[in-house]
Design a protein around this ligand. Sequence first.
Ligand SMILES: [Zn+2]
Length: 110
Amino acid sequence: MPYCQYCGNEVGSDHRFCSRCGKELALKNSESTTENNKMSEAYVLGVVGIALIFFFFPAAPLVSSIGLYKADKTNDEKAFKLCLVGTIVSILMIVVPLSLYILYILSLML
Ligand SMILES: [Zn+2]
C-alpha cells in the first residue's frame, strides 16, 4: 500500500488525494517506485545481452550496447553496469578468438 508523502497516512493506490491531509499524492513518486521494482527496459536488455553471450554471442554486443545507451539516457546505474559488462565481455569473446585465428593464419603463412 502506498503512503502519503506529507503525513504518512496509508492511502489506496487508486487515490489521487490523501484522505487525511487532502494533499495531492505524487503520482510520479509511486510510478518511479514501481519502475524500480520492475525491471527497466535497459536492465532487461542487459540481462538479454549477457544471456546472448552464452547462446548467440555475435548478437550480444549489439543488444548490450543498445541497453547501455538506454541505461545512460535513463540514468539507470544498475542496468548501465550490467550492459557495460555484457558489452565488454561479448566484444572480448569476438575479438580474442578472431585475433587468435588471424595469428594462426599468419603463422601458417610465414
Ligand atoms: Zn496526507
